[in-house]
Design a binder for this molecule. Structure first.
Ligand code: HEC
Ligand code: HEC
Ligand code: HEC
Ligand code: HEC
Ligand code: HEC
Ligand code: HEC
Ligand code: HEC
Ligand code: HEC
Ligand code: HEC
Length: 420
């Protein structure tokens, strides 16, 4: 009997233990911070909702990893123990974020390929330099990444995903009121949005087109130095960059402190270039610096002339082929050849960055050769079309005569059968 009761007591004790452990583990899973803040409103609840999609949650971190406190205590006073840090001030979040992100050993445990130099680089940026001097309006980690909904930059909803970057930077840089105290323009975002780069990014969904951070750096945001702009642009336009570096402009621009590509293309509102930029016309960039009786002026004019001549010849040849095609002659072969001339034209436009007549002349000649061959073929096709037309007229004439002959014969036959 006694033995039975003891057994029952042990059983109850065991059950209590299991229930206790179960409750502990459940509590450990649903952090008390989340459970309680879920019941709150507005800025006390919002962090919980945003945190659902946060990369830090996805890798298993919790509220306490940034705020401290004990997530296993349901009671608010116990949860907010000595380790609780509360809400960090804006300029404190640099140290907070960097406490993990600059810690090589810690980060290696999660993602060995992730860089750990964000804060170090940040201090070299204009933002960092001004913050050191006590200016708290500059961007800190949370201004570019958010706070509770932080995502990796490859996530399309991330504040640092290419499509979202102009807005992230523009939140401050386009705000005239916010930027009033500084003596810099506030048109970068608007100008950028009007550029060929933005068109490639937003309309063609070409993620290789640059946004703000591709030219300014992610964490080191400074305008590219005058001597480094060509390097920024050349990363993606290597051919124009190489040609420029070997051109007479390279040394001249460096000496005068003119910023390379920017001098002709601008920085934020870079437009699709046209032949009008070349030469000595109203919209040509060359006349900004070259006087009418200089050698460079003559070179500019000749380059434009040659380029334009070739472009016109290509257009004419194309019209010839179209006319033959509309008259029913097969011209796909010369059409294909003509495309080659079009490619050469693109190469020549690129070669203009050598700013030398010789370097484009070879390709111009090649292009003209192709065009003249195509023109010969096009004219032959047109002759064929004419010949066919003539043939058709003659054939129609004979068919007509034949038809009249048959008609007369039938009439004669039917008259005969009536009279008999
Ligand atoms: C039982 C409910 C409850 C629990 C559990 C709880 N909180 Fe809170 N928390 C609150 C309330 C209510 C406030 C607002 C009043 C205040 O500031 O004390 C608050 C405020 C905060 C703030 C803003 C403080 C400030 O300085 O503005 C942070 C950050 C915070 N909680 C984080 C946490 C974290 C992290 C945990 C878990 C370790 C946690 N909370 C657990 C109820 C809770
Ligand atoms: C990656 C670090 C990080 C994590 C993780 C994190 N927070 Fe925060 N939290 C911050 C920072 C930084 C601020 C200050 C925000 C600011 O500067 O506006 C903040 C602010 C807050 C505030 C104050 C909001 C306000 O507008 O006054 C609350 C409440 C809060 N956090 C709760 C939470 C809760 C609950 C969790 C877990 C679901 C959590 N936080 C997870 C970094 C974090
Ligand atoms: C407790 C440590 C810790 C703190 C504090 C912290 N992070 Fe993180 N963060 C991580 C870990 C771990 C990852 C996940 C790395 C991975 O797996 O790719 C991460 C990921 C990120 C990523 C995505 C990186 C990627 O993969 O592209 C960004 C952005 C980020 N954190 C920004 C911040 C910002 C901003 C703050 C401050 C508001 C902050 N972090 C605070 C530990 C931390
Ligand atoms: C001026 C805006 C800005 C500020 C301020 C900023 N970041 Fe970033 N951060 C970015 C951009 C843009 C990227 C990269 C986007 C990409 O990879 O295309 C990035 C990337 C990251 C990454 C992914 C790894 C990497 O380096 O590419 C981490 C982690 C990160 N930032 C953490 C931080 C931390 C920590 C701070 C504060 C010390 C901070 N960031 C401040 C804009 C910023
Ligand atoms: C929180 C607001 C804020 C955000 C967000 C922000 N900036 Fe800034 N930025 C500033 C302020 C303020 C200055 C100081 C103006 C000055 O240089 O006098 C500054 C300065 C700069 C400068 C130096 C300008 C100069 O010639 O002095 C560059 C470049 C820059 N930011 C680029 C960026 C880029 C790129 C982003 C986005 C990835 C960005 N900023 C996001 C506020 C911000
Ligand atoms: C294609 C490269 C490129 C892109 C993209 C770009 N910038 Fe710039 N940015 C430059 C260059 C080059 C300068 C230097 C201007 C100078 O010193 O003459 C500059 C200058 C600046 C300045 C200093 C003030 C000024 O206007 O001269 C700020 C601020 C700035 N950029 C912010 C931005 C922001 C914000 C974006 C995105 C909306 C952006 N930039 C996109 C190349 C770029
Ligand atoms: C991150 C890569 C990248 C950087 C940096 C970059 N570009 Fe571009 N650029 C592109 C892409 C992509 C296109 C769009 C090509 C297309 O769709 O036709 C483009 C287009 C252009 C065009 C128009 C070409 C055409 O045929 O219509 C010009 C001009 C140009 N960029 C000049 C510049 C200058 C000047 C700089 C430096 C201030 C620069 N780019 C920096 C990638 C870049
Ligand atoms: C002295 C003025 C000038 C400078 C400096 C200059 N460009 Fe150009 N760029 C032009 C002209 C003119 C055209 C248009 C040629 C045409 O269409 O006939 C052009 C066309 C382009 C094109 C489109 C054609 C092509 O090459 O595919 C790109 C891209 C380009 N430039 C990039 C650059 C880059 C990158 C730099 C700096 C390394 C640079 N440019 C420097 C005048 C200049
Ligand atoms: C920002 C000013 C600037 C612009 C714009 C500019 N150049 Fe120049 N260019 C110079 C300078 C400076 C030199 C070196 C001094 C000189 O010979 O005049 C030079 C030299 C040259 C030379 C070599 C001159 C010689 O006698 O050997 C040629 C050719 C030339 N440029 C063609 C052009 C063409 C074509 C354009 C338009 C697409 C152009 N430049 C636009 C400033 C400019």
């Amino acid at each position: 009997m006694k033995f039975k009761r003891a057994k029952r007591n042990i059983f109850f004790l065991f059950l209590m233990l299991v229930l206790f452990l179960l409750q502990r583990s459940l509590l450990a899973q649903t952090s008390s911070c989340i459970a309680c803040h879920m019941e709150m409103e507005d800025e006390l609840r919002q962090p919980v909702e945003d945190f659902e999609k946060d990369i830090h949650k996805q890798v298993g971190l919790g509220c306490e990893d940034c705020h401290g406190g004990n997530p296993n205590e349901e009671d608010m006073d116990l949860a907010k123990d000595k380790t609780f840090k509360g809400k960090p001030e804006r300029d404190q979040n640099l140290e907070l974020c960097a406490s993990c992100h600059s810690n090589v050993t810690y980060m290696k445990g999660f993602n060995p390929s992730l860089r750990v130099d964000q804060l170090a680089i940040y201090w070299t940026s204009k933002h960092g330099q001004l913050l050191k001097k006590g200016d708290k309006k500059v961007a800190v980690c949370s201004d570019c990444h958010g706070v509770h909904g932080i995502q990796t930059s490859s996530h399309p909803k991330s504040w640092t995903f290419p499509w979202n970057i102009p807005k992230t930077c523009g939140r401050c840089h386009s705000d005239k009121e916010f930027m009033k105290r500084y003596k810099i323009p506030t048109s970068q975002e608007a100008d950028y949005r009007g550029s060929v780069h933005a068109q490639a990014l937003f309309e063609k969904k070409d993620l290789s087109a640059p946004v703000c951070n591709d030219c300014h750096g992610n964490h080191g945001a400074v305008p590219p130095e005058i001597t480094s702009i060509a390097q920024v642009c050349s990363q993606c336009h290597p051919s124009a960059g190489d040609l420029f570096s070997e051109s007479p402009h390279k040394k001249a621009y460096d000496d005068m402190g003119i910023s390379e590509c920017e001098a002709c293309h601008g920085n934020h509102r870079i437009l699709s270039p046209s032949d009008e930029m070349l030469g000595t016309g109203e919209r040509a960039v060359c006349i900004q610096c070259h006087e009418e009786d200089s050698n460079a002026y003559r070179v500019a004019a000749q380059m434009k002339q040659k380029l334009q001549d070739l472009a016109e010849k290509i257009q004419k040849a194309d019209a010839l082929l179209s006319s033959a095609y509309n008259q029913g002659v097969e011209v796909s072969e010369p059409r294909y050849r003509l495309r080659e001339a079009g490619t050469l034209l693109l190469m020549i436009r690129n070669l203009t960055h050598s700013f030398s007549l010789e370097s484009i002349e070879e390709k111009i000649e090649e292009g003209e050769m192709v065009v003249s061959e195509v023109t010969v073929e096009g004219e032959a096709a047109l002759r064929e079309a004419k010949l066919r037309k003539k043939g058709l007229v003659i054939a129609t004439f004979f068919v007509f005569i034949l038809a009249i002959g048959i008609f007369l014969k039938i009439r004669q036959l039917s008259k005969k059968s009536h009279s008999s």
